[in-house]
Ligand binder design. Structure first.
Ligand SMILES: [Zn+2]
Length: 507
């Protein structure tokens, strides 16, 4: 008899075996296994007085096959088993597992799958991951609550509730995802991380998975990396023309530090990858090295190193060693300690083009942060060539937009003068099925590029405060994030409400 991988139950008739596997039922007759998704019909029949038969057939017309020679109690069991297999098979043939659904339809599908007897945790896990990718979610949260397991997706930066699953089946969905991510599913009191890949519509989505015990049970989150979304061209990120030209010019330089700043999730990594890809395309002979935590996207032709604190490989170590391997372009995920700051700034001085991110309240604040980390001001002034602040704002839905000129009251509340939008074509989304009723679809970057000019360099050397640096930037006509944002509103790409939500009230 051939073996059916992953089969959970078996019964044996006179000349056949029936296996219940993850994808439905498999019938084995002699040495031939017919593993099928979709069994349609189940029928029991008397064979003589003490023996029974069970007949099963596929939806696509194969069969019926009859399993002969069962004892009456076996026949009842077989019939129940076949019925169960049919439900499972129909579930796996269910288009809801593959086709894009809106959030309401996902909640309905979750309810339908949970109601199956027994509930199908594996299919439910698949459904939640596939639909997350279809809905452009960057994160999936499964969080135990008092009344069950709450599922939410982060879409365009906003966490949106998807469904509530019963506590028991919810815990099984978490266990299933832990197995897929290579975690120890039987350890429920540990913080664990793992990685999983799953196919969606012909592409492979990578998911970073973390699991943390909470007082109500395990909370699991998945961060999804969609290669189709991750590698963008610098010209598509949302930079205004002048900023784009200045940024592309920075990429062609042989040395210097280009530092990005902005809160977590503001698209800085995407911008750095786009910069590296653009450098590769323009000058394929430049050697590129990265030190990241984690590596979010594999860039062919670049030497990418992942920080691993468990073995003592931190940003500073990775960077120091990468520098000995003769790179011309370096990307460092984040500068957050004195050692990394000093090595990166030195590298920028000594003939390397360095990209990194620094946490600071504004572009000018990056300089202050570096000196706080113990980098000498003269090194900052001579090594850093530009600082760029970045945010992501949601785009007005391309399916349901209409013209919308904000009223004087709306503008006043936002701290905007009517002249700020003069000549523009502001738009607003009404809300439709495509955008899930939000009126927004996708996101675009806001960029404020602060180049280090002679005046700025002098100010840095004479240890001017952050406010003075900001004033110099304004005097030199460098636009801030509001300037970038209002341009996007004028172009009808985002709204003033979204600007205020992302940037706060305008000072
Ligand atoms: Zn819409």
């Amino acid at each position: 008899m051939p073996t059916i991988l992953g089969s959970t139950e078996v019964f044996r008739g006179r000349d056949s075996e029936l296996h219940l596997s993850g994808s439905g039922l498999a019938l084995v007759r002699g040495s031939v296994a017919t593993e099928g998704a979709a069994w349609e019909e189940v029928a029991g029949a008397e064979v003589g007085s003490s023996r029974k038969a069970v007949a099963v057939s596929f939806v696509d017309g194969r069969g019926p096959w009859t399993i002969l020679g069962l004892k009456p109690e076996e026949a009842a069991w077989a019939q129940a088993l076949v019925a169960q297999g049919v439900a499972r098979a129909q579930l796996y043939a269910d288009p809801r597992l593959a086709q894009p659904l809106g959030l309401d339809a996902i909640a309905e599908a979750v309810a339908a799958f949970s109601a199956l007897e027994p509930p199908e945790a594996a299919a439910l896990a698949d459904l939640l991951m596939v639909q997350a990718a279809h809905n452009r979610a960057t994160d999936v949260h499964l969080q135990p609550e008092a009344n069950g397991m709450a599922v939410a997706y982060r879409i365009d930066g906003h966490l949106r509730p998807v469904a509530m699953i019963g506590a028991e089946i919810g815990a099984r969905v978490v266990a299933r995802m832990k197995v897929m991510a290579g975690m120890k599913s039987y350890r429920r009191n540990l913080a664990q991380t793992g990685a999983a890949t799953f196919p969606v519509a012909g592409r492979t989505i990578d998911a970073r998975c973390t699991c943390l015990p909470t007082v109500r049970g395990e909370k699991l989150t998945l961060r999804l990396f969609d290669p189709a979304q991750a590698l963008l061209d610098v010209s598509t990120l949302g930079m205004e023309k002048a900023v784009l030209a200045a940024f592309v010019d920075l990429l062609s330089r042989p040395r210097g530090c280009v530092l990005l700043t902005g809160p977590a999730g503001s698209g800085k990594t995407t911008t750095m990858y786009a910069a590296l890809a653009s450098i590769q395309a323009a000058t394929p002979d430049r050697s590129i090295a990265t030190v990241e935590e984690p590596v979010e996207l594999e860039l062919s032709g670049a030497a990418q190193t992942e920080v691993n604190r468990d073995v003592g490989l931190d940003f500073a170590d990775g960077l120091r060693t990468a520098l000995r391997q003769d790179p011309q372009v370096l990307m460092v995920g984040e500068i957050r300690d004195a050692e990394t700051a000093n090595i990166a700034v030195q590298a920028g001085l000594t003939g390397h083009l360095v990209f990194s991110t620094v946490h600071a309240p504004s572009s000018a604040g990056v300089f202050t942060r570096l000196t706080q980390l113990g980098v000498e001001p003269y090194l900052v002034a001579s090594s850093v060539t530009a600082v760029m602040a970045q945010r992501l704002v949601r785009k007005v839905c391309s399916e349901c937009f209409s013209a919308h000129v904000p009223t004087a009251d709306e503008l006043a509340w936002l701290g905007i003068g009517p002249g700020d939008l003069a000549g523009g074509t502001p738009r607003r989304g009404r809300g439709c099925d495509v955008c899930g009723g939000t009126g927004y679809l996708g996101r675009v970057g806001l960029f404020a590029l602060l180049p280090v000019t002679e005046t700025m360099r002098d100010a840095l050397l004479s240890l001017q405060p952050m406010s003075r640096l900001e004033a110099i930037a304004a005097e030199e006509g460098v636009g801030d994030l509001w300037t970038a944002g209002l341009a996007k509103v004028s172009q009808g790409l985002t709204t003033v409400e979204e600007l205020r939500a992302v940037l706060g009230p305008r000072m």
